[in-house]
Design a protein around this ligand. Sequence first.
Ligand SMILES: [Zn+2]
Length: 314
Amino acid sequence: MDTEFWPLPWQEQQWARLLELSASARLPHALLLAGPSGTGKAGFAAHFAKLLLCSDRGNQPCGSCRHCRLVAAGSHPDLVRVQPAEPGKAIRIDQVRALREFCAARPHQSGWRVILIAPAEALNASAANALLKTLEEPGAETLLLLVTHEPGRLPATVRSRCRLLRFAAPDRRAGLAWLRHRLPDAADAGALLQAAGGRPLRALALAAPETAAQLAQLERLATAVADGTLVPPAAAAESAKLDWALASDALLARLAGRIRQSVVQRRPAPVLFDCLDALVEARRELAASPNLNAELVWDRLWLAWRRAGAAGGG
Ligand SMILES: [Zn+2]
């Protein structure tokens, strides 16, 4: 996303805090940026990395110096990004070991070096362990930025070596104002934001055409399973191809709507809560072991959804 959008309006306090630490030469070795997903932490971290590398020394990266252009091109030699090879997979130990060489070598430019690890919860146990030494002694003017929406999944040994910087989702008004600005043509930005659980960047992603197609497919499957026109195994085979985070979020939003409705009507159905349990459990399982067979997980989920569908509503 373009430079002009960072920090996002709900991140100004965190930005001011980092500027203050930086100006007084009190930046720690490592920062853990933690908060809900889809609210812009990774973009914030990348923007701060750019600021540290910028030769302009302002409160925003200038965007035009050689360093800013190298960062924008993804080729600044003093910035390393560590991420899983594929979304949802783990960060491997060799990726972390390579950081030691990066830290041991002399900086290419005079000034900061930055290591950006996102999502940090993707570090597997051995990779997290291998990171400890780098976290303790990264070398002068080297900053590690770890970004996570699940700090609880990081080993305490990693967390304790980082300064925590907390982020929150914006309140609905601020989130909606930002989303409307980004999507002036969206028919119903409010519904998008709601489907995204109040997380504006997630809402923005939901509006992308390929995402909309996946969501439409999920809607079709959910309706067909609930009304009995499609059996769970058949639905599972199709759903396994969907983006898990996207599809499970959408299913959760839909289920939450039904639960709310049942409570308002004073007819809360236990099967709805069983289905919610199944969904939460499936999310936990897939978060813990991304290599699980998604079709099996979906099969169980659709079975619970089928039972909940029999309670009416769909
Ligand atoms: Zn610059």
